[in-house]
Structures are given as structure tokens and as C-alpha cells.
Design a protein around this ligand. Structure first.
Ligand SMILES: [Fe+2]
Length: 177
């Protein structure tokens, strides 16, 4: 009977380093332009990720007669923000950059004020998340302008996100009157 052969031993640290060193993504853009776009998209990745987490915080803690509609609305915002995060991250990698979606990086880099803890009566909940959505919408519009000089394809992608943010902003504010 043949003796079982030991499994091939890998040094995972070495494998990771070798693979990283070999990977170069060249897009149709000049590398320096791609990297500048990548750093701009990294900040949006941080903001969208934080927004998705904060909308979940509201989803869990909203109270009052309109609980259910806000509870469900927050999950739609969470889903969209997660898609936006994925979209900008994949665009950055497409253009030759890497991104950092680690929780520690999001916590350190987000410009959003952390969500108030504890139960949130519906009007406070909507007011809190509206302020953050507006802040992100303004930041995204600033990026739309900046990207116009760098890459119209990325700009178009971010314009789509700006439109979706505007719609969330409308749907939130319509509940405040
Ligand atoms: Fe839930």
C-alpha cells in the first residue's frame, strides 16, 4: 500500500507577496491619471461604506408610527450605498489602483459624523440620515466636476451615483414636512 503523500506546503506570505508583485493592470488611461482617479474613488468608497453602515444603524433604531416605512427605506439606501461602494472600488481597480475597504480605514477616513446611538424617533432618524446623504451628495458632485478633466467614463459612472443620491435625498426630505 502506497503511503499518502504530504500535501504541498505553501508559505502563504510568500505567495501573497509574489502574486502582488506580478499583478499590473494597465487600462487605456495613462497610469498617473488612473492613480489620481483611484485615490478620488477611494474616498468615495469610504463615504459610501460609512453611509451604508449608518443607514443600517437607523434601520435598527427608528421608532414611531412610520417605523416600517423608514425601516424599509433604510434598507434600500443600504443596498444602494453598497452597490455604489462596489462600483467605485471596481472602477479604481479597473484603472490600475488598489483600494482599501477595511473597517479601520473607513472609520479613520470617513468625513461623516457617526450616527447618534440609541433609539431614534422617526423625524430625528430622517433628519440625521438626510444630513449625511446630502453631505455625500455634495461630495459626489464635487468629484463629478473633478473627474470631468480626468476621465469622462469614470465621470459618467459617478454622475449615475449622484442621480441616485439626489433621489434618496428627495424621498427623505419629503417625509420631513
Ligand atoms: Fe433588517
Amino acid at each position: 500500500m502506497q503511503e499518502a503523500q504530504p500535501a504541498t506546503e505553501y508559505n502563504l506570505d510568500t505567495v501573497q507577496i509574489e502574486e502582488r508583485a506580478m499583478t499590473v493592470i494597465e487600462s487605456a488611461l495613462a497610469a498617473d491619471v488612473g492613480h489620481e482617479i483611484g485615490s478620488r474613488l477611494q474616498q468615495l468608497l469610504v463615504e459610501f461604506t460609512d453611509l451604508s453602515l449608518q443607514a443600517k444603524q437607523v434601520h435598527w433604531h427608528v421608532t414611531g408610527p412610520t417605523f416600517e416605512s423608514i425601516h424599509l427605506q433604510m434598507d434600500r439606501l443600504v443596498a444602494d450605498a453598497r452597490i455604489w461602494a462596489d462600483t467605485v472600488a471596481e472602477r479604481a481597480v479597473t484603472l490600475g489602483s488598489t483600494v482599501d475597504g477595511n473597517a479601520a480605514t473607513v472609520a479613520a477616513g470617513s468625513k461623516l459624523q457617526p450616527m447618534t446611538l440609541g433609539y431614534l424617533p422617526s423625524s430625528a432618524a430622517v433628519g440625521e440620515i438626510t444630513r449625511r446623504v446630502r453631505q455625500v451628495a455634495v461630495e459626489v458632485r464635487t468629484e463629478v466636476q473633478a473627474l470631468g478633466d480626468l476621465d469622462p467614463v469614470t465621470q459618467d459612472l459617478v454622475i449615475g451615483i449622484a442621480e441616485a443620491l439626489d433621489k434618496h435625498l428627495w424621498m427623505l426630505q419629503a417625509q420631513l414636512s
